[in-house]
Design a protein around this ligand. Structure first.
Ligand code: 2P0
Length: 361
């Protein structure tokens, strides 16, 4: 296991007795996808994403110093006001992974209260926003204990900790575009944490919109963790990682030049390749639904008829993310209401756009 001495810390000032910290952190949508990892939570290829704004998790972390030092973590978890025992093992595992970097964890009793702005079980990954919001709260406590840590080091460490909770979570700390995974074309990129895209982004992408069509809100049949795992020994894995590395180079140039046609090609190809990897895994699986394909065909038809720059991407699920320039907002929303809502479960969709990442409240 790789050691990260730069992120280990010691307790240098007196631990605060008790308090409460509140943070929000958004979800993100990958343009070049992370699919395939090696231990612990290290990506097989670099990924790049838009940080979202509206889809986010709000977390409050209450901490109280324990009377006795114990060998266990002590935390309670409330999700939207009610205890949520099924989330506890994931947090327990997260605490175990990060204890080395936050040595005070066992000295506190924590109450973690969390809620999402997006509907429960909407099929929108809450692990990215949830884990990054919790990491952000924990990092604020670390800052009280180690006040000398700089803002940029603290940002980097928050992303580093988030990654150990859920890989894609590390891309939610900053925005509007972040890169996770070492790549020679992206200066200072790292497998250990995400960085902000280190170039000026063309104004064509300013306020870029992401409307998420909720196609199927059911529980996924195959979790992302299992999906990542199936990339081990996958017949196309090596080619896929090579392709992703090439797409990072393409997308870097596109974000700088503002070439939206080229953007569409890379982003849609990435979405379909992600699902192609699922369909060619052993065991194979399909997360798209018939309505996912209907929407994709409608988008292609709309684009060829109108010359619109609307395109789609997919996460590990059936929902469709529609990406488009802010200048097309009214027209695209009209298209969604007239033609696409029929494919959404209960007619539901979420209007989001690119945002700036986690916030301390
Ligand atoms: C991504 N996804 O780049 C890719 C594309 C879904 C599709 O990262 O096991 O929840 O916690 O590291 O981050 C979803 O997987 O997986 C994901 P873990 P994660 O956004």
């Amino acid at each position: 296991m790789i050691d990260y001495p730069e992120f280990t810390s010691s307790i240098i000032s007196e631990l605060p007795d008790k308090g409460i910290i509140r943070c929000t952190s958004p979800s993100n949508i990958a343009l070049v996808k992370y699919w395939g990892k090696r231990p612990v939570q290290l990506p097989e290829n670099a990924s790049i994403s838009f940080t979202l704004e509206a889809c986010k998790t709000s977390t409050s972390l209450s901490y109280k110093k324990r009377d006795k030092i114990s060998d266990d973590f002590d935390f309670e978890l409330l999700f939207e006001g009610s205890p949520k025992p099924d989330f506890k093992p994931k947090i327990q595992n997260f605490f175990t992974r990060i204890e080395k970097y936050l040595p005070f964890l066992k000295q506190y009793t924590f109450t973690i209260e969390t809620s999402n702005t997006f509907p429960h079980s909407s099929g929108i990954a809450s692990s990215a926003s949830g884990m990054s919001a919790l990491a952000c709260c924990l990092m604020q406590l670390e800052k009280k204990i180690n006040p000398n840590i700089s803002d940029s080091d603290s940002m980097q460490k928050t992303s580093f900790l988030s990654r150990l909770g859920s890989g894609s979570a590390c891309r939610s700390i900053e925005g509007p575009v972040t890169v996770w995974g070492e790549h020679e074309a992206i200066k200072a990129s790292s497998d250990a944490y995400a960085i902000k895209f280190p170039h000026v982004i063309h104004q064509n992408f300013e306020d870029y919109q992401d409307t998420i069509l909720l196609i199927d809100k059911g529980e996924k049949q195959v979790s992302s963790t299992v999906g990542h795992d199936l990339m081990h020994g996958h017949p196309f894995a090596a080619k896929r990682f090579e392709q992703a590395a090439g797409n990072i180079i393409k997308l870097k140039e596109i974000l700088i030049s503002g070439d939206i046609d080229a953007f569409i090609e890379v982003v849609e190809s990435e979405a379909l390749t992600l699902h192609a990897m699922m369909m060619t895994s052993l065991p194979y699986f399909i997360l798209m639904k018939p309505n996912t394909l209907s929407v994709i065909n409608k988008v292609w038809q709309y684009r060829s008829e109108t010359g619109s720059k609307l395109c789609f991407t997919l996460d590990a699920g059936a929902n469709v993310h529609l990406l488009y320039p802010n200048s097309e907002k009214n027209k695209v929303l009209e298209f969604i209401t007239n033609e696409l809502v029929a494919y959404c479960q209960n007619g539901q969709y979420i209007c989001d756009k690119i945002g700036l990442g986690a916030k301390i409240l």
